[in-house]
Design a protein around this ligand. Structure first.
Ligand SMILES: Nc1ncnc2c1ncn2[C@@H]1O[C@H](COP(=O)(O)OP(=O)(O)OP(=O)(O)O)[C@@H](O)[C@H]1O
Length: 308
């Protein structure tokens, strides 16, 4: 974020703080939406994602309230908080996956490299290639390992395979081989599947399937990878491999991850956003600082296990 835009943002939010303080006085309840900790988090370089005044409702249920944060590139951002506080909702807003939920209504701005992804005419196919997603349950296609990785590049015409290109002599066999190997290497799976790329992906272990899903995501050359509890269905060894992989991926990609596991967030992320009940973002900042010296008492209580 540039200094001038930070100034503007700070000024705009002062009004919101005043409003919230008035609410506090009326209700007499502790309301830490006034806590400015997450608003002052700054980092070198430009944000790859910039979220401004994001609100989400499912029918009348207000799931996210006035979320404004910037996410730095080539880093890991962890989203933590108790069940139902809106972490997955927030994650899905970042590549418009919530568009698929009929009851969802979204207000605010999500800018990806400066372009509002909610602007009229946004190209959702392109958006989801640039901002890929990995889900809690590994969900490979019931196809070969090779076809899983090559599926989207073939579908989007980035690689030509099949009978017609073969007859026309235009099959990109070598290009596909290179892409499949590169993605499987980048997903730390190549050594385990080299020589059996034609085997069905459903024969892989859960942890291997999840790394295959990450390889599939990498095959369309994303810039951001969204992960919704990618290791929660895995055993500790498979989880450790995914964590190591996330660490490596952050050298080239921007990773945003939802996790219930606070130790995992502390281990793998550069910055952490803490959501609390009611869809509020209560704290956002450098992970060490959030865990070791949180600004908010509610976050300290949550992290120390007093609730959630
Ligand atoms: N598809 C949906 N339709 C209606 N309400 C939804 C939908 N998805 C989420 N919600 C509601 O929005 C709120 C936030 O849910 P969300 O799944 O984003 O929270 P979460 O923090 O990711 O929860 P968890 O940690 O349990 O996965 C909850 O009240 C939830 O019931």
């Amino acid at each position: 974020m540039t200094e001038s835009s930070m100034d503007t943002t700070t000024t705009e939010r002062t009004d919101a703080e005043t409003t919230t303080t008035a609410t506090e006085t009326t209700t007499g309840e502790s309301d830490e939406r006034t806590n400015p900790a997450w608003r002052e988090y700054s980092f070198p370089g430009d944000p790859v994602l910039s979220i401004e005044d994001l609100n989400v409702w499912y029918d009348d249920d207000h799931a996210l309230t006035d979320i404004s944060i910037d996410i730095p590139e080539q880093s890991v951002t962890a989203l933590i908080g108790p069940s139902g506080c809106g972490k997955s909702t927030f994650l899905r807003c970042l590549n418009r996956m919530n568009d698929r939920i009929k009851s969802a209504r979204i207000e605010g701005t999500v800018s990806f490299n400066g372009q509002n992804i909610y602007a009229d005419g946004a190209n959702l196919v392109e958006l989801r290639k640039r901002i890929g997603m990995v889900f809690q349950q590994p969900n490979p296609f019931p196809k070969s390992i090779r076809e899983n990785v090559a599926y989207a590049p073939r579908k989007h015409g980035d690689i030509e395979r099949g009978l017609v290109p073969k007859l026309l002599g235009r099959e990109d066999v070598q290009k596909e081989d290179e892409l499949v190997e590169r993605c499987l290497r980048d997903a730390a799976l190549w050594d385990e599947v080299d020589g059996r790329l034609e085997d069905n992906a459903l024969g892989l272990s859960g942890g291997q399937q999840q790394r295959l899903c990450i390889a599939r995501c990498l095959a369309v050359d994303p810039e951001v990878i969204l992960m919704d509890e990618p290791a929660s269905a895995l055993d500790p060894i498979a989880t450790a491999k995914i964590e190591d992989l996330i660490d490596d991926l952050a050298e080239d990609y921007t990773v945003v991850i939802v996790t219930h596991n606070m130790q995992q967030a502390a281990r793998i992320s550069d910055q952490t956003a803490v959501f609390l009940t009611g869809g509020e973002l209560v704290e956002y900042g450098d992970t060490d600082q959030v865990f070791e010296d949180p600004e908010s008492q509610r976050v300290e209580d949550y992290i120390s296990g007093k609730f959630g």
